[in-house]
Ligand binder design. Structure first.
Ligand code: ADP
Ligand code: 5GP
Length: 373
């Protein structure tokens, strides 16, 4: 137990804890290392009372040995000691827009964890279009030809699996009650009722693809595309249109995966989707899927891939070993991580930082000090 006087308060901190003052609150981070504990407490200086906040996001497995540094009064940078740099950078958001929104919802103090990720991946690709137009077929071609470049965002749905569909691969198949609860708890980037079922993209589904250094492909309906447009995810929006309504009906029937009643419902919805997709200005590109090979070529052109068959991802991840003892200092948007001796200093560059809770914080750079200007 260490004693620390901060803003006139005698804080008794454990070895796992650090404290940061923001306005009239003292945030004590770490707490016990028990995964069931919130790991957080806040001292309200005006009342001298401790508050246990609602903690959102995925927190680090352990906080034993960490440094904390306040950034912009809205988030705290946490750097874990004695770890690899790609696992050691975390943010605790305390007053970002996301936190302000959640505070209204929970009516409590709220903080949220977001893992810091070095580097960035290319913009995700949203593909929409009426059922049976060939979205899945085009996406499969792309994934087969460019397995190292693209990853599929596996949506959640309440519809029943088709014969060859696997849970966790094509969809996360789930119950309506479970999904409604998860929507309430903020798990989804977007969701929509489509053809009588719920479909949604979880934040995690997009993050796991980006974590693997791949570009994420989302196969979602027009309502979902509109929600993503309004979200913080900067994506490219592509609408796939059939050559004619008759051809769409033919393909949907030939696929043989829906009952007659479901086909009728999907065709009715297709009319509205085609109208919105072709006229709303929501989409960056409209591709008519007449001849499959020709449409696939146009899709590759739009994604800048025609020359890139089987190219490896261009990201290189730099990993540093962080010592048991380190200290942090800030120069504008650059954080100097002092690793003991002058030669060992490294810089965490936050100038291209984006994203954040409830997802990851991306676009960070890390390099040895000699590059600091
Ligand atoms: P979606 O994912 O948009 O619902 P699918 O990819 O499942 O559509 O395609 C529906 C059916 O149409 C499938 O049987 C597929 O093989 C077929 N198909 C896809 N594109 C074409 C095309 N350009 N010409 C003819 N048939 C196609
Ligand atoms: P299907 O049942 O044929 O797999 O999909 C039906 C429709 O749901 C398609 O238009 C597909 O794009 C859409 N869809 C699939 N996943 C999602 C999702 O996560 N969100 C939204 N909004 N739509 C989805």
């Amino acid at each position: 137990m260490q004693k620390r006087y901060l803003s006139g308060f005698d804080l008794k901190l454990t070895d796992c804890e650090t404290a940061v003052v923001i306005g009239n609150k003292i945030y004590v981070i770490g707490g016990t290392d028990d995964p069931t504990s919130s790991g957080m407490r806040i001292l309200d200086k005006s009342t001298s009372k401790w508050v246990i906040p609602t903690v959102l996001g995925t927190k680090p497995k352990t906080l034993k040995g960490h440094s904390s540094l306040l950034l912009n009064k809205d988030r705290i940078l946490i750097t874990k000691h004695d770890s690899k740099s790609n696992e050691s950078v975390w943010f605790l958001e305390v007053d970002t827009q996301f936190i302000r929104d959640q505070k209204k919802k929970f009516e409590t103090e709220v903080v949220a964890w977001s893992k810091g990720v070095i580097g960035d991946t290319e913009r995700p690709v949203v593909i929409s279009g009426p059922s049976g137009v060939g979205k899945g077929t085009l996406i499969n071609m792309l994934m087969k030809d460019f397995p190292t470049l693209f990853g599929f965002s596996v949506s959640h749905t309440t519809r029943a699996p088709r014969e060859k569909e696997q849970n966790g691969v094509h969809y996360h198949f789930t119950g309506r009650n479970v999904m409604e609860e998860e929507i309430k708890s903020g798990k989804f980037l977007e969701f929509a009722a489509v053809h009588g079922n719920l479909y949604g993209t979880s934040i995690e589904a997009v993050d796991v693809v980006a974590d693997a250094g791949k570009r994420c492909i989302l196969d979602i309906d027009v309502q979902g595309a509109r929600s993503v447009r309004a979200s913080s995810l900067e994506a490219i929006f592509i609408f796939v249109s059939p050559p004619s309504f008759e051809e769409l009906e033919k393909r949907l029937r030939a696929r043989g995966t829906e009952t007659e009643e479901q086909i009728q419902k999907r065709l009715r919805n297709a009319k509205a989707e085609l109208e919105q997709g072709n006229t709303s200005g929501l989409f960056d590109h409209i591709l008519v899927n007449d001849d499959l090979e020709a449409c696939y070529e146009r899709l590759k052109n739009v994604l800048g891939l025609s020359e890139k068959m089987n190219a490896a991802p261009e990201t290189t991840t730099k990993v540093f070993d962080l010592p048991v003892d380190l200290s942090l200092s800030q120069i504008n948007e650059k954080i100097v991580i002092n690793r003991g001796t002058a030669e060992q200093k490294i810089v965490l560059d936050l100038s291209s930082m984006k994203g954040g809770a409830p997802g990851r914080t991306r676009g960070l750079d890390i390099y040895a000090l000699d590059k600091l200007t």
